[in-house]
Write a protein that binds this ligand. Structure first.
Ligand SMILES: Nc1ncnc2c1ncn2[C@@H]1O[C@H](COP(=O)(O)OP(=O)(O)O)[C@@H](O)[C@H]1O
Ligand code: SF4
Ligand SMILES: [Mg+2]
Length: 332
């Protein structure tokens, strides 16, 4: 595993700098002012329940959905305003692996053609024979056989299709790989293999990852730092070990533990019961209240200010940011 420490990462220029990123769908905000940095070689885990905006964030970074505001700086260049030609060139280094491996492959193309497609676009001077060699090597790297390149996606299992999707995304040795729930649709027995494959490829190529998942065990295994999203808002950002040792935001704590740890403050037991173990599962988010803290109708610690003022993401310890009016009270 790439063992770049988050603290080391913090000292260099970010590879990706997201500032105040907003996305609206038909006037409804799906992302609210999302701000974070991602450093070269780093793996950032992004967790949050279904419908919290994780895929929207991935797609907005790649301009697969339109951002309504904010900034996405990639190696210092603004992705949101660059023209399509510049975007295409920059996308070479910025690849994505999707959740549904079969749907993300063109059923009419052989897997060799699918994996070779980025080479045809970005390394157009390669001969067909040289492309074939590269595709064969890449198939081996993802644990498949080079002679599988003439077959079609439907001839492969879900896990094999995900290996093919990863081969296609990694063949240009991108600097950043965004993985949007890449193992969620696979059998549990296959998930670990795919996660370890991603770690091996990352170690060999030094690729940074934004790894999206609602599975905390997977995110814990992979990530240097973790971003927690609730209802389109980042509510907590911390180094992996700090987050698991001492989560601060009530939503993060609900995610990490069926029962939140006792707090050094008086609280109403009926309200405390509002943080339910079911939050741990991927359940559809209920409609959040507008104004104030979006989590307040599920939070056992809400105060009057939580209904009137949106809590901002603030640094409460080195490298640890939380968006909660009571964050400092919850520090252990
Ligand atoms: N293309 C779209 N058009 C309209 N609403 C969308 C679209 N994509 C996502 N949404 C909505 O945005 C919210 C966030 O969705 P999404 O980013 O897919 O969440 P996640 O990946 O965390 O499950 C959801 O309420 C979803 O219904
Ligand atoms: S801001 Fe208030 S409602 Fe929101 S998580 Fe913190 S205590 Fe709970
Ligand atoms: Mg998603």
């Amino acid at each position: 595993m790439n063992v770049l420490a988050a603290t080391d990462a913090g000292s260099s220029e970010p590879l990706l700098r997201i500032s105040d990123l907003k996305v609206d769908f038909g006037g409804r905000a799906a992302l609210h002012d999302v701000t974070f940095d991602l450093f070269a070689g780093e793996t950032l885990g992004l967790v949050g329940e279904s419908g919290s905006g994780k895929s929207t964030l991935a797609r907005a970074i790649l301009r697969l959905v339109r951002a309504s505001g904010g900034s996405v700086l990639w190696s210092g260049r603004e992705l949101l305003s660059c023209d399509s030609r510049a975007l295409r060139e920059l996308r070479r280094d910025l690849q994505i692996v999707f959740q549904d491996p079969l749907a993300s492959l063109d059923p009419r193309m052989t897997v060799g053609e699918s994996i070779a497609e980025p080479l045809r676009i970005f390394e157009s001077r390669l001969t067909a024979a040289a492309r074939g060699v590269r595709v064969g090597e890449m198939l081996l790297r993802v644990g498949l056989a080079a002679d599988m390149m003439g077959r079609y996606p439907h001839e492969f299992s879900g896990g094999q299709c995900q290996r093919i999707g990863i081969a296609r995304a990694m063949i240009l040795r991108p600097r950043l790989l965004i993985c949007d729930e890449p193992v969620s649709s696979l059998d549990v027995s296959i998930q670990g293999q795919i996660v370890n494959l991603l770690l091996d490829l990352q170690r060999d190529d030094g690729t940074a990852m934004l790894f999206i998942s609602h599975n905390l065990a997977v995110v814990r295994h992979l990530s240097h730092r973790i971003l927690v999203m609730y209802s389109g808002t980042l509510v907590e950002i911390a180094a992996r070990d700090a987050l698991f040792a001492a989560p601060v935001h009530p939503y993060t704590r609900a995610l990490l533990a069926a029962v939140p740890p006792p707090l050094p403050v008086e609280r109403d037991p009926a309200q405390a019961a509002a943080i339910r173990p079911s939050l741990v599962a991927e359940s559809p988010a209920m409609t959040p209240p507008t104004g104030g803290c979006a989590f307040r109708n599920r939070c056992g610690y809400a105060l009057a200010v939580c209904a009137t003022h949106v809590p901002m993401l603030e640094e409460i310890a080195a490298g640890h940011q939380v968006a909660c009016h009571r964050a400092r009270e919850f520090l252990t």
